[in-house]
Design a protein around this ligand. Structure first.
Ligand code: ADP
Ligand code: ADP
Ligand code: ZN
Length: 216
Protein backbone atom coordinates (compact mmCIF):
# COMPACT_ATOMS: atom_id res chain seq x y z
CA UNK A 1 0.00 0.00 0.00
CA UNK A 2 1.76 3.14 -1.21
CA UNK A 3 -0.22 6.30 -0.70
CA UNK A 4 0.01 10.03 -1.22
CA UNK A 5 -2.01 12.40 0.96
CA UNK A 6 -2.72 15.56 -1.00
CA UNK A 7 -4.59 18.65 0.11
CA UNK A 8 -4.16 22.14 1.52
CA UNK A 9 -2.27 22.79 4.76
CA UNK A 10 -4.60 22.07 7.67
CA UNK A 11 -6.73 19.55 5.76
CA UNK A 12 -5.93 16.86 8.34
CA UNK A 13 -3.42 14.86 6.29
CA UNK A 14 -0.99 14.43 9.16
CA UNK A 15 -3.74 13.46 11.59
CA UNK A 16 -5.03 10.73 9.26
CA UNK A 17 -1.54 9.53 8.40
CA UNK A 18 -0.72 9.07 12.09
CA UNK A 19 -3.98 7.15 12.65
CA UNK A 20 -3.34 4.87 9.69
CA UNK A 21 0.29 4.24 10.53
CA UNK A 22 -0.42 3.54 14.22
CA UNK A 23 -3.32 1.20 13.48
CA UNK A 24 -1.98 -0.51 10.37
CA UNK A 25 1.80 -0.24 10.63
CA UNK A 26 2.21 1.72 7.42
CA UNK A 27 5.32 3.90 7.34
CA UNK A 28 4.37 7.59 7.67
CA UNK A 29 6.66 9.98 5.85
CA UNK A 30 5.80 13.62 6.47
CA UNK A 31 8.05 15.93 4.52
CA UNK A 32 7.26 18.80 6.89
CA UNK A 33 8.17 16.72 9.96
CA UNK A 34 11.40 15.48 8.37
CA UNK A 35 12.36 19.04 7.40
CA UNK A 36 11.56 20.39 10.88
CA UNK A 37 13.69 17.64 12.41
CA UNK A 38 16.56 18.70 10.14
CA UNK A 39 16.12 22.33 11.18
CA UNK A 40 16.19 21.30 14.84
CA UNK A 41 19.34 19.23 14.38
CA UNK A 42 20.94 22.01 12.31
CA UNK A 43 21.87 19.69 9.44
CA UNK A 44 22.91 21.06 6.04
CA UNK A 45 19.37 20.45 4.76
CA UNK A 46 17.92 22.12 7.84
CA UNK A 47 20.10 25.21 7.46
CA UNK A 48 19.05 25.63 3.84
CA UNK A 49 15.35 24.88 4.43
CA UNK A 50 14.75 27.06 7.48
CA UNK A 51 14.18 30.45 5.86
CA UNK A 52 11.83 29.05 3.20
CA UNK A 53 9.75 27.30 5.85
CA UNK A 54 9.54 30.36 8.05
CA UNK A 55 8.23 32.40 5.12
CA UNK A 56 5.71 29.73 4.14
CA UNK A 57 7.45 29.14 0.81
CA UNK A 58 8.34 25.76 -0.62
CA UNK A 59 11.81 24.41 -0.02
CA UNK A 60 13.61 23.96 -3.40
CA UNK A 61 12.40 20.90 -5.30
CA UNK A 62 15.65 19.02 -5.80
CA UNK A 63 16.56 19.21 -2.14
CA UNK A 64 13.22 17.84 -1.02
CA UNK A 65 13.14 15.13 -3.70
CA UNK A 66 16.59 13.85 -2.80
CA UNK A 67 15.73 13.85 0.89
CA UNK A 68 12.48 11.93 0.32
CA UNK A 69 14.03 9.33 -2.00
CA UNK A 70 16.67 8.64 0.60
CA UNK A 71 14.03 8.36 3.33
CA UNK A 72 11.90 5.99 1.26
CA UNK A 73 14.88 3.83 0.37
CA UNK A 74 16.03 3.42 3.96
CA UNK A 75 12.62 3.06 5.66
CA UNK A 76 10.83 -0.16 6.56
CA UNK A 77 8.32 -0.45 3.72
CA UNK A 78 6.98 -3.94 4.44
CA UNK A 79 3.45 -2.60 4.88
CA UNK A 80 3.93 0.26 2.43
CA UNK A 81 4.18 3.99 3.06
CA UNK A 82 2.23 7.23 3.16
CA UNK A 83 3.74 10.32 1.58
CA UNK A 84 2.23 13.19 3.58
CA UNK A 85 2.79 16.64 2.11
CA UNK A 86 4.87 15.33 -0.77
CA UNK A 87 4.90 15.79 -3.73
CA UNK A 88 3.83 19.43 -3.72
CA UNK A 89 4.79 20.51 -7.23
CA UNK A 90 4.30 18.89 -10.61
CA UNK A 91 8.08 18.63 -10.92
CA UNK A 92 8.31 16.74 -7.61
CA UNK A 93 5.43 14.46 -8.67
CA UNK A 94 7.00 13.51 -11.99
CA UNK A 95 10.42 12.94 -10.43
CA UNK A 96 9.17 10.78 -7.59
CA UNK A 97 6.88 8.80 -9.89
CA UNK A 98 9.82 8.00 -12.17
CA UNK A 99 11.98 7.05 -9.22
CA UNK A 100 9.32 4.82 -7.64
CA UNK A 101 8.59 3.09 -10.95
CA UNK A 102 12.31 2.31 -11.16
CA UNK A 103 12.22 0.78 -7.68
CA UNK A 104 9.07 -1.15 -8.60
CA UNK A 105 7.21 0.70 -5.85
CA UNK A 106 4.66 2.86 -7.71
CA UNK A 107 2.02 4.88 -5.84
CA UNK A 108 -1.31 2.97 -5.71
CA UNK A 109 -3.68 5.62 -4.43
CA UNK A 110 -3.69 9.38 -3.92
CA UNK A 111 -6.18 10.71 -1.38
CA UNK A 112 -7.22 14.26 -2.08
CA UNK A 113 -8.49 15.97 1.08
CA UNK A 114 -10.93 18.51 -0.30
CA UNK A 115 -11.31 21.06 2.48
CA UNK A 116 -13.00 24.47 2.83
CA UNK A 117 -10.81 27.49 3.24
CA UNK A 118 -12.45 28.78 6.43
CA UNK A 119 -12.06 25.35 8.06
CA UNK A 120 -8.41 25.17 7.08
CA UNK A 121 -7.68 28.58 8.59
CA UNK A 122 -9.51 27.71 11.81
CA UNK A 123 -7.58 24.45 12.11
CA UNK A 124 -4.16 25.93 11.43
CA UNK A 125 -4.54 28.85 13.83
CA UNK A 126 -5.60 26.45 16.62
CA UNK A 127 -3.07 23.68 15.92
CA UNK A 128 -0.73 22.73 18.76
CA UNK A 129 2.07 20.16 18.80
CA UNK A 130 3.96 18.34 21.51
CA UNK A 131 7.58 19.45 21.89
CA UNK A 132 8.65 15.95 22.91
CA UNK A 133 6.66 13.41 20.88
CA UNK A 134 5.18 15.54 18.08
CA UNK A 135 1.54 14.60 18.85
CA UNK A 136 -0.95 16.88 17.16
CA UNK A 137 -3.82 18.74 18.91
CA UNK A 138 -6.31 21.50 18.23
CA UNK A 139 -7.32 23.93 20.97
CA UNK A 140 -11.04 23.55 20.08
CA UNK A 141 -11.42 20.45 17.86
CA UNK A 142 -9.02 18.07 19.59
CA UNK A 143 -7.99 19.68 22.87
CA UNK A 144 -5.60 17.95 25.26
CA UNK A 145 -7.09 16.92 28.62
CA UNK A 146 -4.93 19.50 30.36
CA UNK A 147 -4.24 22.80 28.63
CA UNK A 148 -0.85 22.93 26.87
CA UNK A 149 0.15 19.46 28.13
CA UNK A 150 0.46 16.38 25.88
CA UNK A 151 -1.95 13.54 26.77
CA UNK A 152 0.48 10.94 25.47
CA UNK A 153 3.75 11.92 27.14
CA UNK A 154 3.16 14.94 29.40
CA UNK A 155 5.31 17.14 27.14
CA UNK A 156 4.66 20.84 26.64
CA UNK A 157 2.58 21.92 23.64
CA UNK A 158 3.68 24.67 21.28
CA UNK A 159 2.41 26.49 18.22
CA UNK A 160 4.35 26.25 14.96
CA UNK A 161 5.80 29.61 13.96
CA UNK A 162 4.41 29.22 10.44
CA UNK A 163 0.89 28.73 11.87
CA UNK A 164 0.61 32.51 12.25
CA UNK A 165 -2.14 34.19 10.23
CA UNK A 166 0.21 35.93 7.81
CA UNK A 167 2.25 32.81 7.01
CA UNK A 168 -0.89 30.69 6.69
CA UNK A 169 -2.09 33.12 3.99
CA UNK A 170 1.19 32.71 2.14
CA UNK A 171 1.07 28.91 2.42
CA UNK A 172 -2.44 28.81 1.01
CA UNK A 173 -1.34 30.98 -1.93
CA UNK A 174 1.55 28.59 -2.53
CA UNK A 175 -0.84 25.64 -2.39
CA UNK A 176 -3.18 27.25 -4.93
CA UNK A 177 -0.44 28.21 -7.34
CA UNK A 178 1.89 25.19 -7.11
CA UNK A 179 0.22 22.17 -5.54
CA UNK A 180 -3.41 22.22 -6.63
CA UNK A 181 -2.54 21.16 -10.17
CA UNK A 182 -1.46 17.76 -8.82
CA UNK A 183 -5.15 16.90 -8.42
CA UNK A 184 -5.56 16.86 -12.20
CA UNK A 185 -2.25 15.09 -12.68
CA UNK A 186 -3.21 12.16 -10.44
CA UNK A 187 -6.81 12.13 -11.64
CA UNK A 188 -5.40 11.66 -15.15
CA UNK A 189 -3.44 8.67 -13.93
CA UNK A 190 -6.68 7.17 -12.58
CA UNK A 191 -5.45 6.82 -8.99
CA UNK A 192 -7.09 9.84 -7.32
CA UNK A 193 -9.67 9.30 -4.56
CA UNK A 194 -11.42 12.41 -3.34
CA UNK A 195 -12.74 12.78 0.19
CA UNK A 196 -14.09 15.59 2.32
CA UNK A 197 -11.47 16.86 4.71
CA UNK A 198 -14.15 18.99 6.41
CA UNK A 199 -15.64 16.01 8.24
CA UNK A 200 -14.70 14.74 11.70
CA UNK A 201 -11.41 12.87 11.91
CA UNK A 202 -13.12 9.54 12.69
CA UNK A 203 -15.44 9.88 9.71
CA UNK A 204 -12.54 10.69 7.38
CA UNK A 205 -10.64 7.69 8.73
CA UNK A 206 -13.57 5.37 8.06
CA UNK A 207 -13.76 6.66 4.52
CA UNK A 208 -10.06 6.02 3.90
CA UNK A 209 -10.23 2.66 5.60
CA UNK A 210 -13.28 1.68 3.53
CA UNK A 211 -11.40 2.35 0.32
CA UNK A 212 -8.24 0.55 1.43
CA UNK A 213 -9.62 -2.35 3.42
CA UNK A 214 -9.66 -4.86 0.60
CA UNK A 215 -5.86 -4.43 0.38
CA UNK A 216 -5.02 -4.00 4.06
P1 ADP B 1 -2.20 18.87 7.72
O1 ADP B 1 -1.23 17.76 7.99
O2 ADP B 1 -3.07 18.57 6.52
O3 ADP B 1 -1.55 20.21 7.63
P2 ADP B 1 -3.14 18.38 10.45
O4 ADP B 1 -3.41 16.91 10.47
O5 ADP B 1 -1.92 18.87 11.13
O6 ADP B 1 -3.22 18.92 8.93
O7 ADP B 1 -4.42 19.07 11.09
C1 ADP B 1 -4.50 20.49 11.26
C2 ADP B 1 -5.21 20.81 12.58
O8 ADP B 1 -6.58 20.40 12.52
C3 ADP B 1 -4.63 20.08 13.79
O9 ADP B 1 -4.67 20.97 14.88
C4 ADP B 1 -5.55 18.89 14.00
O10 ADP B 1 -5.63 18.53 15.37
C5 ADP B 1 -6.89 19.39 13.48
N1 ADP B 1 -7.66 18.39 12.75
C6 ADP B 1 -7.17 17.43 11.92
N2 ADP B 1 -8.16 16.71 11.34
C7 ADP B 1 -9.34 17.26 11.80
C8 ADP B 1 -10.72 16.97 11.56
N3 ADP B 1 -11.10 16.01 10.70
N4 ADP B 1 -11.63 17.73 12.19
C9 ADP B 1 -11.25 18.71 13.02
N5 ADP B 1 -9.98 19.05 13.30
C10 ADP B 1 -9.00 18.33 12.69
P1 ADP C 1 1.27 21.95 6.26
O1 ADP C 1 0.76 20.64 5.74
O2 ADP C 1 0.63 22.39 7.52
O3 ADP C 1 1.35 23.02 5.22
P2 ADP C 1 3.98 20.89 6.39
O4 ADP C 1 4.44 20.49 7.72
O5 ADP C 1 3.61 19.83 5.41
O6 ADP C 1 2.80 21.88 6.64
O7 ADP C 1 5.08 21.80 5.69
C1 ADP C 1 5.71 22.86 6.36
C2 ADP C 1 6.69 23.56 5.43
O8 ADP C 1 7.72 22.63 5.01
C3 ADP C 1 6.10 24.07 4.12
O9 ADP C 1 5.51 25.35 4.27
C4 ADP C 1 7.34 24.11 3.22
O10 ADP C 1 8.18 25.21 3.52
C5 ADP C 1 8.08 22.85 3.67
N1 ADP C 1 7.66 21.69 2.85
C6 ADP C 1 6.94 20.62 3.27
N2 ADP C 1 6.73 19.74 2.27
C7 ADP C 1 7.35 20.27 1.17
C8 ADP C 1 7.50 19.85 -0.18
N3 ADP C 1 6.97 18.70 -0.63
N4 ADP C 1 8.20 20.65 -1.02
C9 ADP C 1 8.75 21.79 -0.59
N5 ADP C 1 8.64 22.25 0.67
C10 ADP C 1 7.95 21.51 1.55
ZN1 ZN D 1 3.85 14.24 23.68
Amino acid sequence: MRLVFLGPPGAGKGTQAVMLSERRGILHLSTGDILRENVKRRTEIGKKAKSFMEKGELVPDDMVIEMMIETIKTGNKDKGFILDGFPRTLYQAKKIDGELEGLNLPIDTVFYFKTSIDIVIFRLTGRRLCKDCGANYHIKNMPPKKEDVCDKCGGELYQRKDDSEETIKKRLEVYNSQTEELIGYYRGKGILKELSGDLDADVVYEEIFGILKKDL
